[in-house]
Design a protein around this ligand. Structure first.
Ligand code: SIN
Length: 533
């Protein structure tokens, strides 16, 4: 089927989290921006962020301290220059968010920011709105976008693949994307001078995740398919504390609870984190997640507990109203009952390789936020540095795209679905989806080994072959688009993990327990770097 359907814009943004929306507001001053988002605009990891945004805003803090904390947690793989730039530019962007209407918590006099604390930070530096910072940011940015005449936001539109061509000299250039309008079932080619991947992470690669359903690694997969480099995909961050309850899908229990004194305990009440890290319950995230994983495997228990009951009940309820409300609906009073928690996939530290302006290795293709790999996070992300990365790189990319020129063929090939028919076998998608997510959890999760990775590799190769056949035989829909992306991202994670023969940051393997200074470099994959393809 040829749709003949084409539209043009200056800048095409894929995704409606903090990075994409912030980019749009800045770039709309010099060009028309089209944002496509695959479900509702508020469906994003940003909107679920509880803790807040890290920036040097307190009198007792310094840029150097924030840089040092980021570098230490990143375990030798951060790009120092990028870290310094992001930390330096951060505070102004937080003030800009406040101007856009984000009602950050202030001190008693209503002046200075009231700053929270999270694991790995040596100072209080997390600006927040209660325990629902991401939602406040998402609402403020979406309201500003809605008012802007130069921004078009298309909801229920999912990108299928990027449009690209070999430029004179053979260099690949991107000029937009094929996009499926999920309501109409039609496919449009959106042509753009610059295409900005801001589609977030890939938590749905794992069966247990704090991420929303939309986090299927679309940007990373699409970029890889047109030849862009991706790096550090093995560094998947598992959040130590996601609510454990049969009726609580993906509900995060913010690290800021431990920042305010919450303690991790076993079912019998014993605190166990002292044995794992000098900062106890507030140790770095990778250490805490591994400790909980270890305790659960050792004891066979289904969860550990985050205990706030020794703190002032009024403070606990007022500081964490969103978490309190959600837990209450499940019969847990966070000021009175220890909260059952388990680790879950939370953040992809790797992604599309970008320079300091978000430019990928493909001309006119940019990546910002969780989709990108900028050198900020290294082998492990410091808590609340991700919203910060989103605004800094959103703004930088918005300045950089001004200098792009449209590179496009005279005619864009219309989308063709060939002989594809309607599927009467949708169960294949559901089963493959479930299978990928289960074996990724078991074999490529918090603790890995060569054997587990080989098992995962055999399974993903087979599944990707099946998914590929299904993709070409049947008419496209959002489920198969997402599954195809999810499986490719899973493959990239497995391959990157296989290549790292050491334990560093978030990559922990039983076969190489130590860090190897000789491997203090990024794992870079692209179409000619060996499987996956
Ligand atoms: C949290 O509130 O614990 C999440 C913060 C983050 O992942 O940066």
């Amino acid at each position: 089927m040829a749709t003949g359907n084409e539209r043009e814009t200056d800048y095409l943004v894929i995704g409606s989290g903090i990075a994409g929306l912030y980019f749009a507001l800045e770039a709309a001053d010099h060009g028309h921006v089209t944002i496509v988002t695959k479900k509702r605009p508020s469906d994003s990891n940003t909107a679920l962020a509880q803790g807040g945004i890290a920036a040097v805003l307190g009198d007792d803090d310094s840029l150097q301290d924030h840089v040092d904390d980021t570098l230490r947690v990143g375990e030798g793989l951060c790009d120092r220059k990028i870290v310094e730039g992001v930390v330096e530019e951060g505070p102004n962007h937080v003030r800009m968010l406040a101007q856009l209407g984000v009602d950050f918590a202030r001190d008693k006099e209503g002046g200075e920011f009231d700053l929270g604390r999270e694991g790995g930070h040596s100072k209080r530096r997390v600006a927040h709105y209660q325990d629902a910072t991401g939602q406040a940011i998402s609402e403020a940015l979406l309201a500003a976008v809605a008012k802007h005449a130069n921004i078009t936001l298309l909801k229920n539109h999912i990108a299928i693949d990027l449009l690209s061509m070999a430029k004179y000299g053979g260099e690949e250039a991107c000029f937009g994307a094929y996009v499926l309008d999920r309501d109409k079932g039609s496919i449009v080619a959106i042509v753009a001078r610059a295409t900005i991947l801001a589609s977030g992470g890939a938590g749905k690669v794992y069966i247990y995740t704090s991420n929303p359903d939309v986090a299927t690694g679309d940007g990373m997969a699409m970029a890889y398919r047109i030849g862009a480099q991706v790096s550090n995909m093995e560094f998947v961050q598992f959040h130590p504390t996601v609510l454990y309850h049969p009726h609580a899908k993906s509900f995060l229990i913010s690290e800021t609870l431990r920042g305010e004194g919450g303690k991790l305990r076993l079912a019998g009440g014993r605190e166990f984190m002292d044995a794992y890290h000098r900062l106890s319950s507030l140790g770095p995230r990778d250490v805490v997640a591994r400790a909980i994983d270890n305790e659960l495997k050792r004891s066979g228990a289904t969860s550990v507990f985050l205990d706030m009951t020794h703190l002032d009940a009024k403070f606990v309820r007022e500081r964490f109203p969103t978490i309190g409300e959600r837990c209450k609906t499940l019969g847990i009073d966070i000021a009175v009952d220890p909260i059952p928690v388990v680790p879950a996939a939370h953040y992809q530290c790797g992604g599309v390789v970008c320079d300091a302006n978000g430019q990928s290795t493909v001309k006119n293709l940019f990546a910002i936020g969780e989709t990108s790999s900028t050198g900020l996070h290294g082998a492990c992300r410091l808590a609340s540095n991700s919203l910060l990365e989103g605004v800094v790189f959103g703004a930088r990319a918005a300045a950089a795209v001004r200098h792009t020129d449209l590179i496009r063929p005279s005619q864009v090939a219309p989308w063709r679905s060939g002989n594809a028919t309607d599927s009467n076998d949708a169960i294949v998608v559901a089963l493959n989806w479930e299978e990928v997510r289960r074996f990724m959890w078991s074999y490529v999760g918090i603790v890995r080994s060569d054997k587990r990775l080989e098992r995962a590799l055999r399974r993903i190769e087979l599944l990707r072959q099946e998914i590929g056949e299904y993709y070409w035989d049947f008419k496209i829909n959002s489920d198969i688009i997402e599954l195809r992306n999810l499986a490719l991202v899973a493959h990239l994670i497995i391959e990157s993990a296989r290549r790292r023969k050491e334990s560093r940051g978030l990559h922990y393997t039983l076969d190489y327990l130590e860090k190897d200074p000789g491997q203090a470099k990024e794992t870079v994959l692209h179409q000619s770097s060996g499987p996956p393809v």
